[in-house]
Design a protein. Sequence first.
Length: 335
Amino acid sequence: MTLFSSLVPSPGHRFPGHEEAPSRFQYLGDWESKPYQVTLLPPETAPREAVTAVHSEHMLQRFEVACRQGPGITDYAPTYVTPSSFNDAFLAAGATLLCTRRVLEEGGSSAFALIRPPGHHAEPNASMGFCLLNNLAISARYALTQGVERALVVDFDAHHGNGTQAVFSDEPRAAFFSTHQENLYPFRTGHIEDAPHARGRILNLPLPPRSGDAAFSLIADQVLVPLVERFKPGIIFVSAGFDSHWDDPLADLGLSSEGYHAFARCLVALAQEFCAGRIVFVLEGGYNPGAVVAGVDAVFCAMAGLPFQADDPSPYPEPDIHDRLAVIRKLHKLP
Ligand SMILES: [Zn+2]
């Protein structure tokens, strides 16, 4: 079983004082010291038609002009662009696509695209929330053109993946399940009752701060497993955001690195049972570089079937989320 990755650190995409910075990647890439073996794919720019299958031409033109005139802030998040951002975003989307192609071509393989700028807030007609192009959605859309009948997207970033939800809002071949901290950016989406037209297919689970590892273990058993058993995806995509770590400066969702490993192990096991092993992790947020590298290691170990140990348990008490799980299970009629 091959583990693929592609690394896009985008050093030119940076803005003074902004958390979404190249320094997020400062500990990534030290492959020799790892217990797992990764086959690195040199990143390639995404073909324009793969990107326009998700984003409008109008948006791309606006984005390209903003980059040419950059550096500058494009929204209140704040999202920024620089003269290199257009190419960086196409490289991030292309690297994710390359990982996806290899996973589709090689049975039993899996991949983790380590790319920035991130993507899950980017909507069909707008970049937003530090995200320029929706890397994961572009790849999931591509997989659906390659004979994959159904794709599941799981988003464990601390923020709601509003862009991915918007892309697949009316796509019956895609399911979307997002866990995120309640009352956090982008605020207007990600409520438990969102997307009433797509019950059972678009699932949102806003969580109280410091929910932590025990919560994610329950979520895996009570939501993720029954969802996969019912939807029967041919591939799983994961928006892997390490800002759900308890020590992230922008969020407070309470996961530890071992919690990431347990959740990723469940995702990988489901992919092995239902998708011939096909799973593609895509990096989203995560603003503590130490937590990012630990989370990336946790996911690779889960992909390789290796144990994982880290010494970073959450120091905070964890709230009980049973009531919330009962609500989401009832809303989506999970067995
Ligand atoms: Zn995030």
